[in-house]
Design a protein. Structure first.
Length: 342
């Protein structure tokens, strides 16, 4: 049977390492094991795996230091790391994510949860690493035309975006609905078709960075604490990091990076102001707020389109571009725009 992926499992406890290894082997993965940090670093450098599952509490060199050294090495820095540890404090999780880990599985873990996260991150790294090649191959197999190239690109970008929604059922369809509204706004503003096409792609993947946020935070029913909200705020930068190496015909990665920036500099991650923000990001920002407020979330019911429009008009000229706000208000109130059902 063909291997489903090459994984390095690291744990200083023999019983835990054996269980983890056997679980992955039974699922069809090729697994190498390391009982300490030094062995893990040597194994990863000599034959880089596709994914590393890493314990934190280990003698000599703990998992945080192993992760730090992996990210400092050009040959291993792009390997996704999932911490598998009994550590469950948000501060510890945040430290792990700041070091470059992509996910955190808490011991004792459910077998199904572990395998789902492994599968999701392997799929994401493969799509991210090979998107350009896949688009070219698919295009050449069909027709050597620009239209086929862009259709293929949209297919693969949509596949990447779906990995976020697998982990967060409460926002399933959010990116697609944001794209629908953003396209309507852009058309009302008179943007050319080619530019709208790039905006659509950016909308479809604008929350891809949330793949690096623990699922329990994404679907938390109560108010987020400061650490959790800080982690959420990293998703724009994470999305940029995932997309920046892909050679799109449009600045997709920059659009994603800037979609939470605000005209007055109060946004994130870089506190950009009006003249520094792409027009497409301004449109995406308004569409994102409208859809998020109008739709149901685990911590509140949907507030409805009228209240969402009140919000963007309240921030017109300070947080949101006035031309974008006016176009959005017009299509929602006069043209009767409605979101597709989830």
């Amino acid at each position: 049977m063909m291997s489903k992926g090459n994984i390095l499992a690291v744990d200083d406890t023999p019983a835990s390492l054996k269980l983890l290894t056997e679980t992955l082997l039974a699922e069809g993965y090729e697994v190498r094991s390391a009982i300490n940090g030094e062995l893990a670093l040597r194994s990863a450098a000599s034959n880089p795996p596709e994914l590393i599952l890493l314990d934190i509490r280990m003698p000599g060199m703990d998992g945080f230091e192993v992760c730090r050294r992996l990210k400092d090495n050009p040959d291993t820095r792009d390997i996704p790391v999932i911490f598998v540890s009994a550590m469950a404090e948000m501060g510890e999780k945040l430290q792990g994510f700041n070091l470059g880990a992509v996910d955190f599985v808490t011991k004792p873990y459910q077998r199904e949860e572990l395998l789902a996260r492994v599968s999701t991150h392997l799929k994401l790294v493969r799509l991210s690493n090979h998107l350009e090649e896949l688009v070219v191959e698919r295009t050449e197999a069909l027709l050597e035309t620009d239209k086929k190239l862009r259709n293929g690109m949209l297919d693969f970008v949509t596949a990447i975006a779906a990995t976020v929604e697998i982990r967060d059922p409460y926002t399933a369809g959010h990116q697609r609905r944001v794209a629908d509204l953003a396209i309507a706004i852009a058309r009302e503003m008179g943007l050319e078709d080619a530019r709208i096409e790039g905006l659509k792609l950016a909308c479809v993947v604008h929350d891809i960075g949330k793949i690096r946020i623990p699922a329990e935070i994404l679907s938390k029913p109560g108010r987020l604490n400061e650490l959790e909200f800080g982690l959420i705020q990293q998703h724009s930068q994470s999305g940029y990091d995932i997309l920046k190496s892909i050679d799109f015909p449009w600045p997709i990665a920059q659009m994603v990076l800037q979609h939470h920036e605000r005209l007055d500099g109060s946004g994130y991650p870089n506190g950009l102001k009006d003249g520094e923000i792409l027009l497409e990001s301004k449109i995406l920002a308004v569409a994102d707020v409208i859809e998020a407020m109008a739709s149901h979330r685990p911590y509140r019911p949907g507030l409805g389109l009228p209240m969402a429009l009140e919000e963007i008009n309240r921030g017109r000229g300070t947080s949101y571009d006035p031309i974008v706000v006016d176009a959005c208000t017009k299509i929602c109130q006069q043209a009767g725009f409605e979101f597709a059902k989830p």
